[in-house]
Design a protein around this ligand. Structure first.
Ligand code: GDG
Length: 745
């Protein structure tokens, strides 16, 4: 009430001031106009009468003069006319004036004395008059001489009447204006402010009680007065729900996982949970690839996080993995159904290969997936390219994968299907259309950008629709889940439940959850008792001597920040020259997607920069950077993790980054330190790593120094904490969490 009163009072005051100023200006103008008019009229009258009067005075015709004045004085608003002699005595005047001018007014005396016209507003007997006096001259002789003065007395009281009238009118206007503005304001406040605020308060009350709903539509109109408040509250709720959901999830997981997860336990769990059901995985990349080695055919594990993560899972539970057969000898080893049991040393699950033509591979894999979606989802300022033909092929290949799966699951009811990554975004919809009973999880291994960035894709809606047919969509971290929900909110008509992180569209519900991928610690176990000897042996093989070793393992990809890493090393050696000759960095670089220009360019740039830095600092049996280009099996990489004092993960943007986890997993003696980019998903979990911004070369150099000189005890404690984290949150738990979530949706 107080506020309304204050508002009304302010309005009233404001209007009064404005109206008063305008009225004053208007009335002053009007007064000036009327006074000007009266003056002009007097001058005209005087000029008309002057000549004839002079003649009458000169010829002494005073009777006639009296008559003329009498006649003239009866004009409207003219009080009277008088003629004075040169001494100021009245010669003649009309009767209505006589009594009032027994004494000549001052203006007459002044006009006679100064021989010039005079005028003034005066008061005679309480009457307001305007007097205009003009001297009269005779021209009877050579020189003109003063014979008297002619005075006009105009009634000016009408000016005051007019002014009063105007004040009155403006006062009435002011009142009318104030009443209407105040009335309108009260209505506006009541309907447009008070009512939405009351509804907003009710909405907040519901939220407080835990009933999380979207804001009522009438309080959230874009650009409206309450919109910023609603936006803030909505994002506050999102954060709170996230925290709540996370806490609940933790609680749930704590309650169910009373001991650590491993391959055996996962097998047991799957048997209990799925019975005889198989697990189906679809991914572009195959877990095992057959290539030619001279006359022989050899089986290799292709580099990449997805394979590293999922192979132990499939080893633990029987299933079928459907993937693109990309190896040159792949066709030669499969059976009639394009299947082969893997891994070769201990076959435990089935790999079914899909064959793609060169054109399909070019457009679906290199084109749409890796020149379009990959740079779209990674903010590294590489421009995504979207071609219509690539999109057509992408859809066709997705159909190919979906059909292969549909063939496999013919006999099975409610099969569990795990679709992997951005290459197969349309597969969930293609499966669901034919098999609505299938339970599908889609795991997105790379980041999900914000809606503005994702909106660049011309087929953003189609991709989202394809994905949303899944029952469960997983990302590495909560942040990507939030971005995804925001994106769906922006592009599709759907109902988003921020409390349960789910999306309802046309009756189908998709749950969106973070599942931070991990590694199997046993796969990186390594007997470290003879670490020093291994170190000597490995360095000897590389032909170098070094007191400190750092390592990096990557597919050569522009998202991994390899150039920034090298620049950081160069700056480190410049800034801390005592390490020149003592510090060497070993980079495993597996060539990747080399049919794409940017990948060829980054490979060339990496090699060139390594050469340049080596040239600058190298000496006898010393090389600052050893670049091991090529594909190395994990068995070759793990010993380097083991002996390294530092591992550098400097991604410019990375969904998770498994190398960080592999390094920690391999450190069973808690030695070493991890330098980790703040833009890798892993940085959300490894708070004990040295977190860096890879774009800041100076701090990268300092991070290397910090990692090498950190107190041993502190380092050990940090590494122990990171290890404890991934021992608990390993790859078996990752897949178990996904299966639990999928089965329960
Ligand atoms: C995507 C996301 C996410 C490297 N060189 C060789 C080789 N590697 C192995 C590493 C590691 C894997 O490749 C790389 O994994 P990352 O996680 O670092 O990266 P992406 O390949 O980009 O994976 C990523 C991941 O999916 C899982 O979801 O973490 O963010 O981008 O395991 O050791 N492996 C072999 N030879 C090599 O030369 N065998």
């Amino acid at each position: 009430m107080k506020l309304t009163f204050r508002l009304i009072f302010s309005l009233f005051l404001g209007i009064t001031i404005v109206v008063a100023i305008f009225s004053y200006i208007q009335i002053t103008d009007e007064r000036d106009r009327l006074q000007g008019e009266i003056e002009r009229r007097s001058i005209i009258l005087a000029e008309t009468l002057k000549e004839s009067i002079v003649t009458l005075i000169e010829t002494g015709q005073f009777d006639r003069l009296n008559r003329i004045l009498e006649k003239f004085g009866s004009r409207e608003r003219l009080k009277g006319v008088a003629v004075f002699d040169a001494l100021g005595n009245v010669i003649s005047s009309n009767s209505s004036l006589k009594s009032q001018i027994s004494k000549p007014p001052v203006e007459v005396i002044n006009a006679l004395a100064e021989k010039s016209p005079k005028s003034k507003f005066i008061k005679i007997d309480k009457e307001k008059l305007y007097i205009y006096v003009t001297p009269l001259f005779s021209e009877a002789f050579e020189e003109e001489y003063l014979i008297g003065a002619l005075a006009f007395f105009q009634d000016s009281s009408y000016i005051d009447i007019r002014v009063k009238e105007l004040w009155k009118q403006n006062l009435i206007r002011l009142l009318a204006l104030t009443i209407s503005i105040v009335a309108v304001s009260i209505i506006v406040i009541k309907w447009n402010i008070k009512a939405p605020i009351v509804r907003m308060a009710e909405w907040l009350k519901e939220l407080r009680k835990g009933n999380i709903n979207n804001p009522p539509s009438d309080i959230y109109v874009k650009g409206d007065i309450l919109a910023p408040l609603v936006k803030e509250v909505t994002s506050l709720i999102k954060t709170l729900s996230m925290i709540k959901a996370k806490a609940e999830e933790e609680e749930r997981l704590r309650a169910t996982s009373n001991s650590l997860w491993n391959a055996e336990k996962l097998k047991e769990f799957i048997r209990e949970e799925l019975g005889n059901k198989k697990l189906y995985i679809l991914s572009n990349r195959e877990p095992y690839m057959h290539v030619r080695d001279g006359e022989q055919i050899k089986c290799i594990v292709p580099p990449g996080g997805l394979v590293t993560a999922l192979d132990p899972v499939m080893k633990a539970c029987d299933g079928v993995w459907i993937a693109h057969g990309a190896g040159e000898a792949d066709r030669e080893v499969v059976d009639r159904d394009d299947k082969i049991k893997v891994p070769p040393e201990r076959p435990s699950y089935t790999l079914k290969r899909i064959w793609l033509t060169k054109e399909e591979e070019k457009r679906y894999y290199y084109g749409f997936s890796n020149e379009g979606l990959w740079p779209l989802c990674h903010i590294t300022y590489v421009r995504p390219i979207f071609r219509k033909d690539d999109w057509i092929e992408y859809q066709r290949v997705n159909e190919k994968f979906a059909n292969a799966l549909l063939d496999e699951i013919k006999e099975e009811s409610s099969p569990l299907v795990l679709v992997q990554d951005y290459h197969l975004a349309l597969v969930p919809l293609l499966i669901k259309q034919k098999r609505p009973d299938a339970k599908i999880a889609l795991f997105w291994h790379i980041p999900w950008p914000n809606p503005e960035v994702f909106g660049i894709c011309p087929w953003a809606r189609e991709i989202l629709i394809g994905m949303l047919a899944a029952n469960l969509i997983g990302f590495h971290i909560q942040f990507y889940c939030n971005n995804f929900l925001d994106t769906v909110d922006r592009f599709l008509e759907s109902k988003i439940d921020w409390e349960h992180f789910s999306i309802e569209r046309r009756g189908h519900v998709t749950t969106v959850r973070p599942f931070p991928i991990s590694v199997s610690i046993e796969d990186f176990a390594f007997d470290s008792h003879n670490k020093d000897e291994i170190r000597k042996k490995l360095l000897k093989e590389l032909g170098i001597k070094a007191d400190y070793i750092a390592v990096g393992v990557d597919r050569i990809d522009y998202t991994k920040g390899i150039l920034e890493r090298f620049l950081g090393i160069e700056r480190f050696l410049e800034k801390y020259p005592e390490f020149v000759g003592k510090f060497s960095f070993i980079q495993f670089g597996s060539p990747s997607r080399t049919h794409i220009k940017q990948y060829r360019e980054i490979m060339e740039a990496v090699e060139e920069l390594a050469d340049k830095i080596n040239w600058k600092f190298q000496g006898n049996s010393y090389k600052p950077i050893i670049f091991l280009k090529g594909h190395y099996p994990h068995s070759k990489i793990i010993p380097f993790y083991k002996i390294a004092d530092v591992c550098m993960v400097t991604s410019l943007h990375d969904g998770m980054n498994l190398v960080a986890k592999e390094f920690v997993a391999s450190k069973d003696d808690n030695s070493g330190m991890l330098i980790l980019s703040q833009f890798a998903g892993a940085s959300r979990e490894f708070k004990d790593a040295i977190i860096i911004n890879p774009y800041d070369i100076e701090s990268l150099a300092d991070a290397i120094y910090e990692a090498l000189t950190m107190d041993e005890e502190e380092k050990r404690e940090k590494m122990a904490r990171m290890r404890a984290y991934i021992i608990e949150r390993n790859i078996y738990r990752w897949i178990r969490d996904i299966i639990v979530a999928l089965v329960s949706v």
